[in-house]
Design a protein around this ligand. Structure first.
Ligand code: COA
Ligand code: AMP
Length: 634
């Protein structure tokens, strides 16, 4: 048996022994008394009774071990033309001071702090400073509009909001403060204070008393010590899109998160202390949480925080420049970024200008690595394993991967390889029967989920149970569909629910439908994620108009595009909305979005027997063919 197979088997046969061993690899103030049990809600919990501090693990302990001069964080910002490095000592001091500032404003254990920031080092400091105090951060992706930020503020009820005057998208300065002010005007809950990082590219107007200037605030604060917290105490809430418009607050606890992420740094990514890891994501997404802010620091690596894009900052050679300049060993990015590069530099000529010999592994996730992009990457990176790995906000780390720390398997196009130790993965049909190799079904994971996976949805445990565990008792429903091949390789083919994936960003159809339905001309609508060569999927709005509405289609589409930009955010890439005569529904009134999606993407689909009138589909097809959205089935 190879090392992977051995470890995988052991993790399922003796999960407590497996994770006890991994728990010994990190430093605890008190080692857990219990490795695995259930809490009062009936949810599985890891490492109860253990005491630790996540920020101390990420920072202070490396300084104490004499590695204070190693670079912990490199901020590379083509947006501002600056590269700034922070050693473990420097980052520890800054985080301690920011934590002192939070404490001075009354933040303590369990209090929530919303972080709405661009890709600046202060965003990482904010997260670690919360962790230092046992406070709970909730980072909101900077691309979200005021309405979404307000929904998250109302759900998390933060004591403080930390933000910045602006972000920078390519060469455009995006003022954040007006978005924050609008969000606070919309929100019912009001934080006590907002701390604003004033960036040189835009000055934010501060509201007297409520808003503080970050630099003044940090400078005036005394450093705060790391507070021991329980392993099961919350570390952060990260909102993710579900099938309804209301975002779900995925809760992460401290102990399981630290043990699992520390384990992955070598086992999954093949890294040791001192190595350089670059996850080109955003701090607002789970990849940014796990692999920019936390895991590389747990391991004593250097983490890269990149405030740029794959292209046009300044060109499609940007990734190769960063890899070469900072000697990146493992690189992690969403496939959509490479599709953007491939479009501009199809033969990767710009790579020739850089010495990328330091690169040993390329990891991709966030969406399926489509076979054409996989083959392109194999061609331009000879000898470098191109590793697709699959995971979700809910798990916080990879469910399936080809593990660089064990014996790498041959990679297969379109597959994230095998389940990672801890994940007992099954493919079930709608009735809960396990499917044989080659047959596509619902991908589920048998309980208990391994450490680091979410133990609840913030403030709504019933939603946690209902969404993830009701359909197949004893199994976590991932929401993805897929199959295994005859050799056990797993293939994840896409969401089987109403979640879509736009340029590696997870979005809900319901979220956009709520905004579209607010238009005075719209009686009803469906938003469907349809295939797109560059972004993977893009949303398409299908509209039923109110009787008597007389608005031309171009104006209507333009207004709706604007509404979604302002209601959800520009990154939703909502650009098309078409009027259709009817929408396909089941007799109980549920819109058949999956059928629509398959029809538009030209995939085989079965017209459900529950549809109220099958003729609706051909009527819609006619509209879509007329609009050039699909080519037609006949
Ligand atoms: N703040 C404000 N606006 C943002 C934003 C942010 N953080 N991120 C994106 N936007 C805006 C863009 O400026 C663009 O605006 P426009 O319509 O006015 O031009 C719009 O949202 C669309 O953005 P996107 O689809 O992301 O395209 P892009 O060209 O800006 O970037 C990629 C392309 C590939 C770099 C980007 O989609 C990406 O990094 N995706 C990966 C996501 C990811 O890391 N997921 C996590 C899993 S690994
Ligand atoms: P998020 O929670 O934002 O990380 O999005 C998780 C979803 O993205 C998953 O449920 C999948 O649908 C999709 N996803 C992420 N990584 C992969 C991958 N490697 N292959 C296929 N789908 C993926």
């Amino acid at each position: 048996m190879n090392r992977y197979a051995e470890e995988y088997r052991r993790s399922l046969d003796a999960p407590e022994d497996f994770w006890r061993e991994q728990a010994r690899e990190i430093d605890w103030f008190e080692f857990p008394k219990t490795i695995l049990d259930r809490d009062a809600n009936g949810a599985w919990r890891w490492f109860r009774g253990g005491k630790l501090n996540t920020a101390w693990l990420a920072l202070d302990r490396h300084v104490a071990a004499g590695r204070g001069d190693t670079v912990a964080l490199t901020h590379d910002s083509p947006a501002t033309g600056q590269v700034t490095k922070f050693t473990y000592s420097e980052l520890t001091d800054r985080v301690a001071r920011v934590a002192g500032g939070l404490a001075r404003l009354g933040v303590g254990k369990g209090d929530r702090v919303v972080v709405y920031m661009p890709m600046v080092p202060e965003a990482v400091m904010a997260m670690l400073a919360c962790a230092r105090l046992g406070a709970v951060h909730s980072v909101v992706f900077g691309g979200f509009a005021a309405r979404e930020l307000a929904a998250r503020i109302d759900d998390a009820e933060p004591k403080l909001v930390l933000s910045a005057s602006c972000g920078i998208e390519f060469d455009r300065v995006i003022p954040y403060k007006p978005l924050l002010d609008d969000a606070l005007a919309l929100a019912t809950h009001q934080p006590d204070r907002c701390v604003i990082l004033q960036r040189a590219q835009a000055a934010a107007e501060l509201v007297p008393y409520r808003d503080l200037d970050w630099v003044e605030w940090e400078t005036a604060s005394a450093p705060a010590n790391a507070v021991p917290v329980d392993a099961t105490d919350p570390l952060y809430i990260l909102y993710t899109s579900g099938t309804t418009g209301k975002p779900k607050g995925v809760l992460r606890d401290n102990g399981g998160h630290a043990v699992a992420l520390h384990y992955t740094m070598n086992a999954v990514y093949g890294l040791d202390a001192g190595d350089v890891f670059w996850a080109a994501s955003d701090v607002g997404w789970v990849v940014g949480h796990s692999y920019i802010a936390y895991a590389p620091l747990f391991k004593g690596c250097t983490s890269i925080l990149y405030e740029g894009k794959p292209v046009r900052t300044p060109d499609a050679g940007a990734f190769w420049r960063v890899i070469a300049e900072h000697r990146v060993k493992s690189f992690f990015v969403a496939p959509t970024a490479f599709r953007a590069i491939k479009k501009e530099d199809p033969d990767a000529r710009l790579k020739d200008a850089y010495d990328t010999s330091c690169l040993e592994y390329l990891f991709v996730a966030g969406e399926r690595l489509d076979p054409p992009t996989y083959h392109w990457l194999r061609d331009i990176l000879p000898g470098i394993p191109v590793i697709d790995h699959w995971w979700q906000t809910e798990t916080g780390w990879a469910i399936c991967a080809n593990m660089a720390g064990y014996d790498l398997h041959e990679t297969r196009a379109g597959s994230p390889s095998f389940p990672v130790p801890g994940y007992d993965l099954r493919i079930l049909d709608d009735d809960g029967r396990e499917l044989p190799a080659g047959e596509e079904g619902n991908v589920v994971v048998a309980e208990p989920l391994p450490p680091g996976c979410f133990p609840t949805v913030w403030g709504d445990h019933e939603r946690f149970v209902e969404t993830y565990f009701r359909q197949y008792p004893g199994f976590y429903l991932t929401g993805d569909g897929g199959y295994r091949d005859a050799d056990g390789y797993v293939y994840i083919m896409g969401r089987v629910d109403d979640v879509m994936n736009v340029a590696g960003h997870r979005l809900s159809t319901g979220q956009m439908e709520e905004v579209v339905a607010d238009h005075p001309a719209v009686a009803e609508c469906a938003v469907v994620g349809v295939r797109d060569e560059e972004k993977g999927q893009v949303p398409l709005g299908l509209l039923l108009l109110k009787d008597g509405v007389n608005l031309d289609a171009v104006t209507l589409e333009r207004e709706l595009v604007q509404m979604v930009r302002q209601g959800v955010g520009p990154f939703a890439n909502f650009r098309r909305a078409l009027v259709v005569p009817r929408l396909p529904k089941t007799r109980s009134g549920k819109i058949l979005r999956q059928v629509l999606r398959k029809m538009i993407d030209g995939e085989p689909y079965v017209t459900p027997s529950t549809i109220d009138d099958p003729a609706i589909l051909s009527e819609i097809e006619e509209v879509l063919v007329g609009a050039g959205v699909m080519t037609g089935s006949s």
